[in-house]
Design a protein around this ligand. Structure first.
Ligand code: HEC
Length: 162
């Protein structure tokens, strides 16, 4: 009887140990996974490529330095609209265009921006352009992902500003 009892405890201890080991294994796998994902995310933004895409897609209006043309094309550099805005809203503007009254840094614009991103661009490239605008033109450490672009596309065109 005594022997059986201690055998049971032994089994229980063994089981606990196994479960503990399994727990640590799961934690380890999770840590490695998160580390790999964060590594991938931080390297997926390529500043030179982002700059090239920005210049190709946006600079004819917003200019190479992002300062725009006063009264015609609003600035993207140090733009209070970008800084206070929501990245999904900005992506919707890039994907489907935007129009109507907009005030940027105190200046009123009544412009029309049509769809300005090339149809052949991939979602992560579109994300990279906006990330460039945040990081390089506004000094904001913002991550924009291909998933954000998918969300913006689902929400569709912005209504014109009144
Ligand atoms: C053909 C000219 C043109 C091109 C090219 C263009 N835009 Fe615009 N953009 C405009 C105009 C005009 C407005 C103001 C629209 C309004 O009055 O509602 C604007 C507004 C904006 C705004 C909101 C206001 C601000 O200045 O913060 C953002 C953000 C923006 N554009 C981003 C981009 C990005 C990113 C690209 C490149 C993918 C781009 N635009 C390409 C003309 C353009």
């Amino acid at each position: 009887m005594q022997k059986r009892y201690s055998k049971n405890i032994e089994n229980q201890l063994l089981l606990n140990k196994l479960q503990q080991n399994r727990f640590f294994l799961v934690v380890l796998v999770l840590v490695v996974f998160c580390f790999t994902v964060s590594l991938y995310v931080s390297f997926s933004y390529d500043k030179e490529k982002a700059k090239k895409l920005y210049v190709e897609q946006c600079s004819k209006c917003h200019r190479k330095d992002g300062r725009g043309i006063k009264g015609v094309y609003p600035p993207l550099k140090n733009s209070d609209y970008v800084q206070n805005g929501d990245k999904i809203e900005l992506l919707r503007g890039m994907l489907f265009g935007r129009s109507g009254k907009i005030i940027v840094n105190g200046e009123v614009y009544y412009g029309v921006m049509t769809t300005e991103v090339d149809k052949n661009l991939k979602d992560d490239e579109i994300a990279m352009i906006l990330e460039y605008v945040y990081r390089e033109l506004n000094g904001i450490d913002m991550k924009v992902t291909a998933e954000d672009v998918v969300r913006a596309r689902k929400l569709g065109k912005l209504p014109p500003h009144k």
